[in-house]
Design a protein around this ligand. Structure first.
Ligand SMILES: [Zn+2]
Length: 288
């Protein structure tokens, strides 16, 4: 069933779990995400990143995401990821998305506050939840694509991490329902071992008391996920490593020579591997 982000994340906090948020720029990814969620019997967030419009336009994939969400046996949030422009954010809400992320994190603090506030006002009047970002979650030069431009040199610089006091000021001023924070994760493939500032997550959560969001949430240790969840993370954006698992399965299949290859079998093999990776991740996030 179609669900709201606020309710799903509050329940997740109460259960000491995090909900997986999967970017699903094609039908196979939508289906794999729903199958995985039903298999582990947990809510899931299907999300479309504004930056993935070159893979599929919002107008095409949005109604498909909503259809699968409504038909599902588990609560499914349909969310716009990294919404930058007012038009795209409004379009997602009009399509029936139950949640949107306004990403003005590359703007100065005051402008991030005012842009976020404007979206919160429109969204809340429609019963739509809002995620915003404070601090800078960078994108690796390998993979990613939903966040900002590659900037590997700056990865690991703590001055771009979210400041707990500023986070409180931001949340009080904007009224957002959850907050994406920077504490060492990266969009895309990790080129260096990630070093996460998990204590900072705890300090931010204590300051803001709303669910926190981890971006660049694939490729992290199981133990680090669990500490992050205990400290306040309730939504984990997980994309790149599942995407890679699907491609690896396809590569293996194509090594099985002495046969004819068919596209539908290629798609089935990669979708199955994708689903298995989603299930594995969701079990870690759900503590099962
Ligand atoms: Zn992100």
């Amino acid at each position: 069933m179609l669900a709201g982000l606020k309710e799903v994340l509050e329940q997740a906090r109460a259960n000491k779990q995090a909900i997986a948020a999967f970017n699903v720029p094609n039908l196979e990814m939508v289906r794999a995400a729903i199958q995985a969620a039903e298999e582990v019997n947990m809510p899931v967030i299907l999300q479309h990143a504004e930056g993935h419009s070159s893979l599929v336009p919002l107008e095409e994939i949005g109604p498909i995401m909503l259809h699968y969400a409504k038909e599902s046996k588990v609560p499914v949030v349909v969310h716009l990821d990294h919404g930058k422009s007012y038009d795209v954010l409004m379009k997602a809400m009009k399509l029936g998305f139950t949640s949107v992320m306004i990403d003005a994190s590359d703007r100065p603090f005051d402008e991030n506050v005012s842009r976020t506030k404007e979206i919160v006002k429109a969204a809340h009047s429609l019963g739509v939840s809002v995620e915003a970002e404070l601090g800078h979650v960078f994108t690796s030069s390998l993979g990613g694509g939903e966040g900002r431009a590659p900037d590997d040199d700056q990865i690991g610089e703590t001055d771009i991490y979210t400041d707990p006091r500023q986070a409180k000021e931001f949340v009080d001023a904007t009224g957002v329902n959850c907050l994406a924070i920077a504490f060492g994760t990266v969009h895309g493939i990790y080129l260096k071992e990630p070093k996460l500032d998990l204590q900072r997550v705890k300090e931010i959560y204590q300051a803001v008391t709303i669910p926190l969001v981890m971006h660049g949430g694939s490729g992290v240790d199981a133990e680090d996920y669990q500490t992050a969840i205990a400290n306040g993370i309730a939504k984990i954006n997980y994309y790149t490593y599942a995407n890679k698992a699907g491609a690896t399965a396809l590569k293996e299949y194509l090594k099985e020579d002495s046969q004819e290859y068919f596209l539908e079998e290629c798609i089935n093999r990669s979708t199955e591997a994708l689903k298995e990776d989603y299930v594995r991740a969701m079990k870690i996030f759900g503590g099962k």
